[in-house]
Write a protein that binds this ligand. Structure first.
Ligand SMILES: C[S@@+](CC[C@H](N)C(=O)[O-])C[C@H]1O[C@@H](n2cnc3c(N)ncnc32)[C@H](O)[C@@H]1O
Length: 224
């Protein structure tokens, strides 16, 4: 068995923890607080987050999509695959090292999505970007943590609170979709989405493309 080799580590802004990039042969792993946040071999549900959302976006000439959390770039790559040439995608990544890792070590895993001219990267908290605009985004895709209970960063909880969900609601165009990835079901969160005015679908997806692996949850919350 090839041992894991540490490639780099970085501090998580606003948190005591660190995030670590490891490599074993052609496999990569991003870990924090002793937990694997991402593994390059398992991205079925990260792809599904994009595919399920893009299928539901109303087709029009200028689509604007915000993705919170670059990770290994799989959600971004799947969004690009489903998008037309004039779609604009902003990907927000809190940890500058993750952007650097994508450019230097990880880009080939997801067909170099940062090189696509439809994509702009902002190295900052997605919560700040959501707050900037009203009725602007056709979709906001959030995969910044383990789900509504933050693991990387306690401050992410505000994205999933009622006030955070209302901010996303106002930032979306009518018919726009807030899509949220989670490692598990959370009925209280589904209720909060409804209380904030969204019509919500809760979808269970498997971690692996083959239909195997853990069950993850994706909420697709539509602004009527
Ligand atoms: C699980 S990974 C995302 C995986 C991604 N969907 C993919 O396909 O590879 C979570 C990412 O969100 C980033 N992140 C965490 N909190 C964030 C925030 N508040 N704003 C923007 N990015 C954040 C983390 O640094 C990490 O890169």
């Amino acid at each position: 068995m090839i041992p894991w080799e540490e490639i780099d580590r970085a501090k998580v802004p606003g948190h005591e923890g660190e995030i670590i990039l490891l490599k074993r042969g052609s496999e990569f792993s991003i870990r924090t607080a002793g937990t694997e946040l991402m593994n390059s071999r398992v991205h079925g549900s990260e792809d599904a987050l994009a595919e399920l959302t893009c299928r539901r976006i109303k087709q029009k000439s200028d689509i604007r999509i915000l993705i919170g959390g670059l990770g290994m770039g799989y959600t971004l790559a799947a969004t690009l695959e489903q998008s037309r040439p004039n779609t604009r995608i902003i990907v927000s990544e809190l940890i500058p090292a993750v952007v650097r890792w994508n450019r230097k070590h990880l880009g080939h895993l997801a067909r170099m999505p940062l090189d696509d001219s439809r994509v702009s990267v902002r190295k900052e908290d997605v919560a700040n970007i959501i707050r900037e605009k009203k009725s602007f985004w056709d979709a906001i895709l959030l995969d910044v943590d383990n789900g509504p209970e933050g693991l990387t960063r306690k401050a992410n909880d505000r994205l999933y609170s009622k006030s955070g969900l209302r901010t996303s609601f106002f930032a979306l165009c009518p018919g726009g979709i807030l899509a949220v990835w989670s490692s598990k079901e959370d009925q209280a969160f589904a209720r909060r989405l409804k209380q904030c005015g969204f019509t919500t679908e809760t979808i269970t997806v498997r971690a692996r493309k083959s239909g195997k692996g853990s069950r993850h949850t994706i909420w697709l919350a539509k602004k009527p």
